[in-house]
Write a protein that binds this ligand. Structure first.
Ligand code: GLC
Length: 554
């Protein structure tokens, strides 16, 4: 069976937030040469593919997710030659580079948009989504953009409104126009010709727009969240099949879609041989405990049983068809230890639980930079230290609603995307060895103890655990090809499952609680311990926050 698996199912992927990984020229911003310098570090983590966040020319209104040229490199990050060097140096180490394709929107400074907005008569007039005002001059619909405020902005030159799912600096492309689709596919092929190994498809569930009608207001501002109105609209799969046929067919690459709005039950149409992508990032476990509101998400209670149900559902829906990208962090969410564990939890033990699940659930592990060190959220007390536009918008909204700065900052501390974007912590030296200049975003204060150099030297560190787990996954085929079966379903402390291969099975046990947890020791009859995060692992009992992997022949 293993032979039927593709290379990207057997390897591990690392997401690199280019701005924050390694600065090579002292300007305080990470760059492509910096990534090339760190390839051996990635290799030691068992990484076979590196997804780099957008490094195309951009005014950086949304840190590169607002693109002015899909086929060039922003000078902040280097040159096209730097990217070619990165691709070839990575290739020598058996690592491929995966580009982030941002195809739902461009920057409002893109030549296509400048032309389209110049008036109603021009060759690109239909490349974006233009609508007249309502008779009273107001926006065509009451949709609220994902980063707050109306999703429509008025263009004086054009005399119409344009749609933007995200910022007003990110106008949505009109996928109904075949010329637009062709132009986008050409840019993907441009990168394939450079030798990239795959694509992450940004915000891809928003490309198809349904009828432009008002939604039922979901808050006092009279608006309705655009996500509810347009995500995963009927007809989207026709576009994506065309993308697959034109760009991917016949090439040994992988695609992974950012698929907010695609649920486990939709997966058969989205992944696998009949689907449109090789994998999709679902949001169910990432959104657990969060509730959408006008100022971004609020918090609601959740239990371990909820999390187990969600993960098992995704595992089962991907079982017969398709493949799951296992992830717990990326550049859009705060650090996961602070999401899934209380602030009091021991970071080392909690991070090892996440690392264990990452490498033992069925699917391709996606590590986000710094996750392997156990980085936690930052909690700055000055909003000016925060860079992320969605964080700053949210703060402004909370203040306008009457919250005090202290209350608004408390919300920011839990939700800000900047917590995942602080510079990578390489050493205990100034600026954590990230830059010799001034970092574009403050370094997390814990860098003096939490950094690659000190964790490499410590066999009990989170980094050592991640490296060990990556090697265990590589060398125990049941962890790659085996089936998934959840056990101890009703336990409110333990998440456990079996990965059953043809000749052996692995039993994975994690104790999410800060108390010891007991289970029936007979579950492990004939099984031997492979690894445990506790000093003395005993069959039938897990220490607080312990993770353990056992194995037996079948
Ligand atoms: C995706 C990206 C996010 C960005 C947004 C708009 O969700 O991951 O960082 O802000 O799309 O492009």
């Amino acid at each position: 069976m293993e032979d039927r698996l593709k290379w990207w199912q057997k390897t591990n992927v690392c997401e690199i937030y280019v701005r924050s990984f390694q600065d090579s020229d002292g300007d305080g911003i990470g760059d492509l040469k910096g990534i090339t310098q760190r390839l051996d570090y990635l290799k030691k983590l068992g990484i076979g593919a590196v997804w780099i966040t957008p490094c195309y020319p951009s005014p950086q209104a949304d840190n590169g997710y607002d693109i002015v040229d899909y086929c060039a490199i922003d000078e902040t990050f280097g040159t096209m030659e730097d990217l070619e060097t990165l691709i070839s140096e990575a290739g020598k180490r058996g690592i491929c580079i995966v580009m982030d394709l941002v195809f739902n929107h461009t920057s409002d400074q893109h030549a296509w948009f400048l032309e389209s907005s110049s008036g109603k008569e021009n060759p690109k007039s239909d490349w974006y989504i233009w609508r007249d005002a309502k008779p009273d001059g107001s926006e065509p619909t009451n949709w609220r953009s994902i980063f707050g405020g109306s999703a429509w902005t008025w263009s004086e030159t054009r005399g119409q409104y344009y749609l933007h799912t995200f910022l007003k600096e990110q106008p949505d492309l009109n996928w109904e126009n075949p010329e637009v689709r062709c132009a986008l596919y050409d840019t993907a092929i441009f990168w394939l010709d450079k030798g990239v190994g795959g694509f992450r498809m940004d915000a891809i569930t928003y490309i198809k727009k349904p009828a432009f009608t008002d939604g039922v207001p979901d808050a006092g501002d009279g608006m309705t969240a655009i996500h509810e109105m347009i995500a995963n609209s009927d007809g989207i799969l026709d576009f994506l099949h065309e993308f697959k046929d034109t760009v991917q067919s016949g090439r040994d690459i992988f695609t992974v879609g950012e698929a907010n709005g695609v649920n486990a039950s939709d997966l058969p149409e989205w992944v696998g041989s009949e689907g449109v992508f090789d994998m999709v990032f679902e949001f169910s476990h990432i959104l657990l405990g969060l509730k959408e509101g006008t100022a971004g998400a609020g918090r609601i209670g959740w239990t371990l049983v909820d999390l187990k149900r969600i993960l098992t559902d995704s595992q089962e829906k991907n079982a017969g068809n398709g493949w799951y990208p296992v992830y717990f962090e990326n550049h859009d969410h705060p650090r996961c230890i602070d999401h899934y564990f209380p602030g009091t939890a021991d970071s080392n033990m909690a991070a090892k639980i996440i690392g264990t699940l990452l490498f033992t659930l069925r699917g391709t592990p996606f590590v986000y930079q710094g996750q392997e060190l156990g980085l936690r959220n930052v909690a700055w007390d000055d909003i000016n230290d925060y860079n992320d536009i969605s964080t700053r918008n949210r703060y402004g909204f909370l203040i306008s609603e009457g919250k005090t700065p202290v209350e608004a900052l408390a919300a920011i501390h839990f939700f800000s995307r900047d917590s995942a974007r602080t510079p990578m912590q390489w050493t205990a030296d100034k600026n954590a060895g990230f830059t010799r200049g001034t970092p574009w975003l403050p370094v997390n204060e814990n860098y003096r103890t939490c950094n690659v150099a000190s964790e490499e030297a410590d066999p009990d560190s989170i980094l050592s655990w991640y490296r060990a787990l990556a090697e265990i996954r590589r060398s125990h085929s049941e962890l790659i090809e085996g089936s998934y079966e959840e056990i101890l379903h009703d336990s409110s402390q333990i998440y456990a499952f079996i990965r059953r291969g043809t000749t052996a099975e692995a039993i994975i046990l994690t104790n999410f609680s800060e108390e010891t947890a007991e289970y029936d020791a007979a579950l492990l009859d004939g099984a031997a311990l492979v690894i445990s995060s506790a000093e003395n692992s005993t069959k039938g009992m897990l220490e607080h926050l312990e993770s353990a992997v056992y194995k037996r022949k079948i």
